[in-house]
Design a protein around this ligand. Structure first.
Ligand code: ARG
Length: 588
């Protein structure tokens, strides 16, 4: 479906042409003086010089051609040559009516691309903390937005599961339980099914081991050796590692499920271990990789750089691979398996320079074709009210599950105030609404910006919040239920006649912005555009609701349009929150 602004522009362009001027001058924008008009065209001013006449003359001639227009109800030329316009209410209603029956509310599909999105990025055997929240929340939304636009999108969690942390855990385990069969090199039998630890133990073991390695050189050397043994395939170490992965992944799945985040691939850094040697060989053969101070590196600086971009390190001097190495090999692997048109990464923006290095290195060494787009979306930090990275009350790193728990508790308190809801429903509802508070609180900010996690504001039912959006949807659901209970037939309602009042018109206008908004959300990979749109739409709906007697309207045709209009609003809101990664309860 054509965007509303395109429909209007087309009329004005036709009018320019009919008046003897060039079409392109007829482009229309939303008015920057809504007190004067709804839309404006400034083309006459730009045209004046080459047409050798005053802009107002052109504007007058164009306005004349717009008389009786079906799309533009009123057009006016004002000094020095602006064309101010209002949209025809009949046309507006017809447009919204079409939207309401069109697929994706009239948004056209994009030329299909294959896209891999790398997000989440948890490290196994470590508890998820709030830093991982943003990657998961933004990544999930970007994935859904791209799918909605018609692309084929593969979401990959890319776990940190292969480096020194694994060796540290194994070293500490050996310290505590030296008799475990995994450490017996002569053992040839099957390994036990049960893991020799729980997830809680793992989460305690890692920081302990990491602490020890910082103080004890010998301990660190043993950890490095364990890492080496794992990576070179020593049977017992691999078997033990499998257990670490099993236990962690199980736990991660539960956590991500609670966040309504779903991955297609549960690959990790380890997945590409076997293709690293050949990749490194190719880089050497291609003349790109060379030894510098013992390490193998690829230069990635460019003449136009204003900041220093250090070489990309491929192998450490002891021959061990690094975070870079697995990322490069993962690009190679993704290209071999999926031939993606685009790979998108979601991490903290502190990894910006790192991704510049990795992307340049991948291009220079030909891991992906020229045409493959590589994008890093670097996000800002979630801060506490003190403006510093969000911490627990005791000042420690906040575990993601505690944050979720705290917000759900707060929501539960508010929901219990609604006497109509029984206690088990209240708990479920609190989880649904709590998730909207967290996700909307995050996604309503431009990703690259830091934001302040404000429990009171995020959980409020008023203002620019997730719960407010859900409250609006629930309000519509309740009106529709009553309509049906009165014998109303939802299949018969339709939109098509001009609005009865200003708030109905404003609601229609808000709805028409969907197409345009989605296009830029897709283009810019920007969920915050959806948030801004649904906030305006929810406001328009609520103004309409307060000004209009919907269910008691006596004129059946008018009432039918009201119902169809709020139903469309509900469907648009529900689609949008699904793109943001949360849903609405039945009541709240
Ligand atoms: N595990 C990493 C971390 O916690 C994030 C991984 C991001 N993805 C990637 N392909 N490097 O910082």
């Amino acid at each position: 479906m054509k965007k509303l602004l395109e429909c209007i522009s087309e009329e004005v362009m036709n009018a320019f042409e009919a008046a003897g001027y060039k079409r392109e001058a007829g482009r229309v924008s939303v008015s920057n003086r809504p007190d004067l008009c709804e839309y404006q065209c400034n083309g006459a001013m730009a045209l004046a010089k080459e047409a050798h006449c005053a802009p107002i003359q052109i504007a007058n001639a164009v306005v004349e051609k717009l008389q009786g227009n079906a799309v533009i109800s009123k057009a006016e030329a004002v000094m020095p040559g602006f064309i101010n316009m209002f949209i025809s209410e009949e046309f507006l209603a017809k447009y919204v009516g079409e939207m309401s029956t069109a697929d994706r509310f009239g948004m056209d599909l994009k030329a299909k691309q294959k896209i891999v999105i790398d997000y989440g990025g948890p490290n196994v055997a470590k508890a998820l903390h709030v830093g991982h929240l943003r990657s998961a929340v933004i990544g999930e939304s970007v994935k859904r937005i791209l799918r909605f636009a018609g692309h084929e999108v593969i979401g990959d969690i890319h776990m940190g599961d292969w480096g020194l942390p694994m060796g540290l855990i194994m070293t500490e385990l050996k310290e505590r339980k030296p008799d475990l069969v995994y450490f017996d090199d002569s053992y040839t039998g099957e390994y036990p099914k049960e893991a020799p630890f729980t997830v809680a133990e793992l989460e305690e073991i890692y920081p302990t081991a990491s602490g020890k390695s910082k103080e004890d050189e010998d301990y660190k050397a043993r950890a490095m050796e364990a890492t080496f043994k794992l990576q070179s395939g020593v049977r017992g170490y691999r078997a033990l590692w499998d257990k670490i992965i099993d236990v962690s992944v199980n736990d991660l799945k539960k956590n991500y499920e609670k966040l309504n985040v779903e991955f297609d691939l549960w690959n990790g850094e380890s997945s590409v271990h076997d293709i690293i040697p050949a990749m490194v060989e190719d880089m050497k053969k291609g003349g790109h990789a060379y030894i510098s101070e013992g390490a193998l590196v690829v230069d990635v600086k460019e003449e136009t750089d204003t900041k220093e971009v250090p070489p990309c390190m491929i192998l450490k001097s002891d021959g061990a691979s690094l975070y870079n190495t697995t990322d490069l090999a993962t690009i190679l692997d993704r290209n071999n398996k999926y031939h993606p048109d685009h790979i998108i990464y979601l991490t903290d923006k502190r990894q910006e320079l790192y991704f510049v290095q990795v992307f340049r290195c991948a291009r220079k060494t030909g891991l992906v074709p020229e045409t493959t787009k590589l994008t890093h979306i670097g996000f800002g930090t979630m801060n506490g009210k003190d403006g510093k990275p969000f911490k627990t009350r005791e000042g420690g790193v906040m575990r993601l599950e505690y944050l979720v728990r705290d917000i759900n508790e707060e929501m539960l308190k508010k929901i219990r105030e609604n006497k109509g809801i029984d206690s088990s429903e209240a708990e479920k509802t609190a989880e649904v609404v709590g998730l909207s508070a967290i996700k909307y609180g995050d996604l309503s900010n431009q990703a690259s910006k830091d934001y302040i996690f404000d429990m009171d504001r995020f959980t409020s039912f008023e203002g620019n919040t997730g719960p407010y959006i859900l409250y609006t949807i629930v309000r519509i659901k309740s009106i529709l239920e009553k309509y049906k209970a009165q014998g109303g037939d939802m299949t018969a309602v339709k939109i098509g006649t001009k609005p009865q009042n200003e708030t109905e018109k404003e609601l229609m206008k808000a709805l028409t912005g969907f197409n345009q908004m989605m296009e830029s959300a897709v283009e810019e990979l920007a969920p915050h555009k959806i948030c801004a749109f649904i906030y305006d739409l929810a406001n328009a709906l609520n103004s309409f609701y307060h000004e209009t007697k919907i269910l008691t309207e006596e004129n059946e045709a008018v009432k039918s349009q009201y119902i169809a209009l709020i139903d469309l609003t509900k469907r648009v809101l529900e689609t949008c929150i699904d793109l943001l990664g949360f849903s609405a309860p039945e009541r709240m």
